[in-house]
Design a protein around this ligand. Structure first.
Ligand code: 4AD
Length: 434
């Protein structure tokens, strides 16, 4: 599918609206005769032209001294202006102050990231932040649209859980009445697997939690994950679905956010060029060989870190799947590879531009005995997983699924170096407020 890169308006033009416009003063510039007021309304910035000649000395003076973020209503007449945001501007006739503002802390000067994150509740009003959150909103919608069109049923999995979903190392836990420890969900997967045996094709989309102690550009302690689970699907089909899914939702999101990407100075062609090629499916073993040839000292059995992921995506010039990882470094639920029992039928999708892993997925172990053995190897009590193990007792079938981190994909679309701006209120090891 070749997308159209022409700006596409997803909301009706405001100029058809004869009601007063309601919003906030984002900024003012001009001279002693005319002021251009940037009005933020419905998350968009509109230009309001304020002319001394038509408004009179007093009103013009009031406008000129309106502090940043004063909330106002305005009425006027629309006129075309190719230079104004959106190609039209309002020539002011009257205005009314709704709420005063003074000494707004975020000014047009440069502020450091710490200052901005401390003022995240206000920073969300800034132009770049408006664009990023709109990309997030469109991407989230495209994700739901994709799965609905593919016949998947949405299953809302719990956030408070009694069993560990991924690994014991990154758990948030809390006392849960008389029932001991509860954990914040690291994944909805185990629940989604059970629902896949009811509906065959299911997905969930919600917040997940990892007590990550690392301070990296790609880790949050609370992030949103899209997870899909499909019955009667194997590794190959799972990768086909992921590739189709990623290409589809990225294309649709780019089409719907061209103006926002311009604001973010992200060239959509760069992103779309990756989507025109197949994503190579690289064996873990081959990836290790390529890394060794590139001078890295890495051995079979080791995980592949972010820097090495980038070496690999640069090598292939696009996003790649790395598949069939060593069993010992992957989660207990992954199916042992019948072709090489040292490995599991897993795959990570690695995005280029230094974004790294955006999807982790696998075919699931369907044998009751093998999965109990893996739980024991991991020191996880099989009795805590009795409900999950029931799947392997009552009509077990091959099934596969994956999880995609929303914020990492937003960072990729927007061309952002850090994922912390990709979520309205980031949670990281050193940040819990605002
Ligand atoms: O590879 P992960 O851990 O896979 C799972 O949780 C599986 N249960 C998913 C499944 O098969 N249903 O995480 C999936 C994705 C990663 O590829 C990454 O994009 C994102 O979730 N992710 C994070 N994003 C931000 N901050 C973190 N701390 C993340 N940890 C994982």
């Amino acid at each position: 599918m070749i997308p159209s890169l022409e700006p596409k308006e997803t909301r009706p033009s405001l100029s058809n609206n004869t009601q007063p416009l309601k919003g906030w003063v984002q900024g003012l510039r001009g001279n002693n005769h005319v002021q251009f007021l940037q009005l933020r309304t419905n998350g968009k910035i509109l230009q309001v032209v304020c002319e001394k000649e038509s408004l009179g000395e007093d009103l013009f003076k009031q406008i000129k001294s309106l502090p940043q973020e004063t909330s106002i209503t305005v009425t006027g007449k629309w006129q075309e202006n190719a230079k104004a945001p959106g190609g039209e501007e309002l020539v002011l006739e009257s205005f009314h102050i709704v709420g005063a503002s003074s000494d707004y802390p975020i000014t047009p000067k440069d502020h450091g990231p710490d200052f901005l994150h401390n003022h995240r509740h206000l920073w969300l009003r800034s132009k770049r932040q408006l664009a990023i959150q709109r990309v997030r909103s469109e991407l989230s919608f495209a994700i739901r649209e994709f799965f609905r069109n593919e016949g998947y049923t949405l299953i809302d999995t719990p956030i408070l859980t009694g069993s560990i979903g991924e690994s014991a190392g990154t758990l948030f836990s809390t006392e849960y009445f008389d029932l001991g420890q509860a954990y914040l969900a690291q994944t909805g997967q185990l629940y989604l697997e059970t629902a896949a045996f009811a509906h065959s094709k299911v997905y969930c989309f919600g917040p997940t939690f990892r007590a990550e102690k690392s301070k990296t550009k790609r880790h949050l302690t609370e992030f949103w994950m899209l997870e899909a689970e499909t019955a009667f699907l194997g590794q190959e089909g799972n990768l086909d679905l992921q590739e189709r899914f990623v290409k589809s939702v990225l294309t649709v999101t780019v089409e719907r956010t061209i103006e926002d990407l311009k604001t973010l100075e992200r060239n959509p062609e760069t992103l779309l060029s990756y989507l025109n090629k197949p994503f190579p499916r690289v064996e873990y073993e081959t990836a290790i060989q390529i890394l060794k040839e590139a001078g890295e000292s890495i051995e079979w059995g080791e995980d592949i870190n972010a820097e090495r992921e980038q070496i690999l995506t640069t090598h292939f010039g696009t996003a790649i799947f790395i598949q069939n990882f060593p069993r010992a470094i992957k989660a207990f639920y992954m199916k042992q590879n019948p072709g090489d029992p040292r490995t599991v039928l897993s795959a990570d999708l690695i995005a280029p531009d230094g974004i790294g892993e955006i999807i982790g997925g696998s075919e699931r172990e369907e044998s009751y005995e093998k999965i109990v053995e893996r739980l024991q190897e991991e020191g996880l009590p099989p009795e805590d997983y009795a409900w999950y193990l029931d799947l392997r007792k009552y009509g077990s079938v091959p099934h596969a699924g994956f999880g995609m981190g929303l914020e990492r994909v937003i960072a990729w679309i927007c061309g952002l170096p850090h994922i912390r701006e990709c979520i309205p209120f980031p949670r990281m090891i050193y940040r819990l407020t605002p």
